[in-house]
Write a protein that binds this ligand. Structure first.
Ligand SMILES: Cc1cc2nc3c(=O)[nH]c(=O)nc-3n(C[C@H](O)[C@H](O)[C@H](O)COP(=O)(O)OP(=O)(O)OC[C@H]3O[C@@H](n4cnc5c(N)ncnc54)[C@H](O)[C@@H]3O)c2cc1C
Length: 290
């Protein structure tokens, strides 16, 4: 496995911003992953794992850490009875494809979530009334402390939250699915994707939902829309004119631009609704939201 230096995180995030990672590696097996974690531990270097970078905002100044992107065996997907067994780096698109081909339903909700199995666990990603906690049987989590299989309860999965911290890598997951005819799965997925295209900026560079939905009759998107923020821009970043809980890289955006927009959005929501919006997007490196 090659260890690289100064790999730009802008290449590893869907929004296309972020400075260099001090060290970067793509472990392709459990042995390589364990080696990489030990290498970082010996140097006291923090470890961060990226999936597809679809819910990540990385510091423009870079990240003083070993950044890992799972590859090879750690992206494999196989069917075992009514279970789908996937490497932590397996994409949701491949998992859905394999589940459908095997006539296993339950993963359709993830059809428009452009991430990986590990990112899904870390975020307890979800849509259309379902989330990872409802399909995950267990996840294999590897860190400098050891190798453990954890259940959704042990992982502390709740709304867009898990208890996982940087340095704990989801290397493998088991999803519990149920028999469903492939044609029905296909029809459900087509319906959900069509619905998405109407409401969200699916063809722009974004990092998914900016904020978690607050406990309020309005979701974060409607709240920011009511604050008049649709289309509001700072530098190269704009609040999506289609859905106000998305920030688009309209060209040449930096993470600082996105962060400044987030701070402005929080300020307006606080003023107009008395609500403290909490960010859903994960911040990587020396980057702070006010
Ligand atoms: C267009 C668009 C639509 C989206 N729609 C949805 C939606 O409907 N619902 C939803 O919940 N999210 C949505 N998202 C956000 C995002 O796709 C999900 O949060 C997804 O689960 C993130 O997965 P990822 O692999 O890209 O993780 P990343 O964005 O790379 O990382 C997210 C977090 O997970 C950690 N992580 C990643 N891989 C691992 C691993 N193997 N082990 C341990 N930690 C890991 C990272 O360190 C980081 O803290 C959307 C994003 C976009 C761009």
């Amino acid at each position: 496995m090659k260890l690289e230096e100064n790999v730009p995180l802008a290449k590893l995030t869907t929004v296309g911003t972020g400075g260099p990672a001090r060290a970067f590696a793509k472990p392709a097996s459990l042995a390589e992953l364990e080696w990489a974690l030990a290498w970082a531990a010996e140097r006291d270097l923090p470890v961060a794992t990226v999936g597809l970078g679809s819910n990540l905002l990385a510091a423009d100044g870079g990240v003083d850490a070993l950044v890992l992107k799972l590859a090879g065996d750690l992206t494999s997907v196989r069917v075992d009875g009514e279970k789908l067994v996937a490497g932590g780096g397996a994409t949701n698109a491949v998992c859905l494809h394999r589940a459908r081909a095997a006539g296993l339903g339950g993963f359709e909700f993830a059809c428009a979530i452009p991430g990986t199995a590990g990112g899904g666990v870390r975020m307890n990603a979800g849509a259309y009334g379902s989330d990872w906690s409802q399909i995950l049987v267990r996840a294999r989590v590897i860190s400098a402390e050891g190798d453990f299989w954890m259940t959704p309860g042990g992982l502390g999965l709740s709304y867009r939250h898990s208890a996982l911290r940087h340095g704990s890598v989801v290397a493998e997951v088991e999803y519990g699915l149920a028999p469903r005819p492939p044609d029905e799965i296909k029809a459900t997925v087509a319906g959900l994707i069509a619905q998405r295209k109407v409401t969200q900026p699916t063809n722009k560079r974004t990092f998914g939902s900016v904020f978690k939905n607050p406990e309020h009759e309005l979701g974060a998107g409607r709240m920011l829309e009511a604050c008049g923020l649709k289309g509001h821009g700072i530098g190269g970043a704009i609040i999506s004119p289609k859905h106000a809980n998305f920030i688009e890289n309209a060209g040449g955006a930096t993470s600082a631009d996105a962060l400044a927009l987030m701070a402005e959005a929080r300020r307006r929501a606080r003023k107009q609704f008395g609500i403290e919006l909490e960010h859903e997007v994960q911040l990587l490196g020396k980057i702070e939201l006010t």
